[in-house]
Design a protein around this ligand. Structure first.
Ligand code: HEC
Ligand code: HEC
Length: 303
């Protein structure tokens, strides 16, 4: 073999090994057996609380004038612009052809906690499963039962307008290697029941850190700056810090912040309206008062 041919052979071997390593590293995961408990009486009220806490409809709302739009159903199709392109989050109603009608509980829990589709595709992290993976399985099953209880709307998914979707989608597997290195959020022990509830709602379904926690160069949440605010991940402008809200005299008390989360601009709380926060606030306004107070208690404890 000439030197050039030998070099080519080495390169080819390296390329094969590299591709194999890439495919292995980025292989979509699946749930371990036994991840879904066998019997579970669905609590639809709890499922609805999770639906609003997670602001599902903020991204999965129906396209303007599209099917389901008049009833505010999560029939999908509304444009969700991000720096990598425009997504059209899918139909979450139980239509068998175009929604979640044929999904199993395992399909749903795998989507929400592993970011993997029933066909084994990595979902883009514009779907905030990095936060949702901290949700309790029982809460996810209640949420799924709630979605299945909604009226079915026939609304085929509109393809995402994201360049190089197929390559990028496998690349998401690499991103997950970094992002999932951090364990899912778990509230620390030893706090009051309401603080613990607030911490869970904020960090798991609430996915508040998706905007309020700045990201590092690999676009992974930098938990050393948890809720410290920074550049907006989806558009121009900034997201405010949620630390030290009491010291900065932005809110007087837990009741004051709970009222702000529930009423927003309507009662003159101007700092909860722009940059996607208005949609979050209007979803939060549908939570029970005790949950809003729990979120407020947790937020005001962040120094
Ligand atoms: C910040 C926007 C955003 C929020 C909030 C959001 N999603 Fe999504 N979701 C997406 C995007 C974007 C996709 C598509 C990802 C892809 O195709 O790669 C998606 C996809 C999904 C899918 C897969 C659908 C399919 O047909 O394959 C499910 C299931 C889902 N989301 C459930 C939920 C639930 C339940 C909630 C609320 C707890 C929620 N999402 C909140 C953006 C969001
Ligand atoms: C889509 C990005 C996004 C998400 C997700 C998000 N926020 Fe915000 N948040 C913002 C932006 C942007 C502002 C500033 C809005 C303004 O000034 O009108 C804001 C403002 C706030 C404020 C007011 C802060 C101040 O200085 O008065 C509070 C409180 C708040 N958010 C709480 C939350 C909570 C709780 C969650 C989760 C349930 C959440 N946010 C999720 C983007 C987001």
């Amino acid at each position: 073999m000439t030197r050039a041919r030998r070099a080519l052979a080495v390169l080819a071997t390296l390329a094969v090994a590299g591709t194999a390593a890439f495919l292995l590293l980025t292989r979509p995961a699946s749930l371990p057996p036994g991840a879904i408990p066998a019997t579970q009486q669905a609590d639809l009220h709890n499922g609805e609380v999770m639906f609003h806490a997670g602001s599902c409809v903020a991204c999965h709302k129906a396209a303007e004038g599209g099917p389901g739009a008049d009833r505010g159903l999560p029939a999908g199709g509304f444009a969700f612009p991000t720096p990598v392109g425009t997504f059209y989050p899918q139909n979450l109603t139980p239509d068998p052809e175009t929604g979640l009608g044929r999904w199993s509980e395992t399909d749903f829990v795998a989507a929400m906690t592993l970011g993997v589709s029933p066909a084994g595709r990595h979902y883009f992290p514009a779907f905030p499963y990095a936060a949702y993976r901290a949700m309790k399985t029982a809460d996810l099953l209640d949420l799924f039962a709630y979605l299945k209880s909604l009226p079915a709307v026939r609304a085929p998914a509109r393809p995402h307008d994201v360049p190089v979707v197929s390559v990028a989608s496998r690349g998401v597997g690499l991103w997950k290697q970094l992002a999932f290195r951090q364990p899912p959020y778990a509230p620390p022990p030893g706090r009051s029941a309401s603080w613990t509830r607030g911490a869970y709602l904020t960090n798991a379904p609430g996915h508040c850190g998706e905007c309020h926690t700045p990201k590092d160069l690999a676009m992974v949440a930098d938990e050393s700056r948890h809720m410290a605010g920074g550049p907006h991940p989806g558009e121009a402008g900034k997201v405010p810090s949620l630390r030290g809200l009491l010291a900065a005299k932005k809110y007087k008390s837990v009741d004051d912040l709970a009222l702000a989360l529930s009423a927003g601009e309507e009662l003159g709380y101007e700092n909860l309206s722009s940059g996607g926060m208005g949609a979050i606030q209007s979803n939060l306004s549908r939570l029970p008062e005790s949950d809003l107070k729990a979120i407020a208690e947790y937020l005001l404890s962040l120094e």
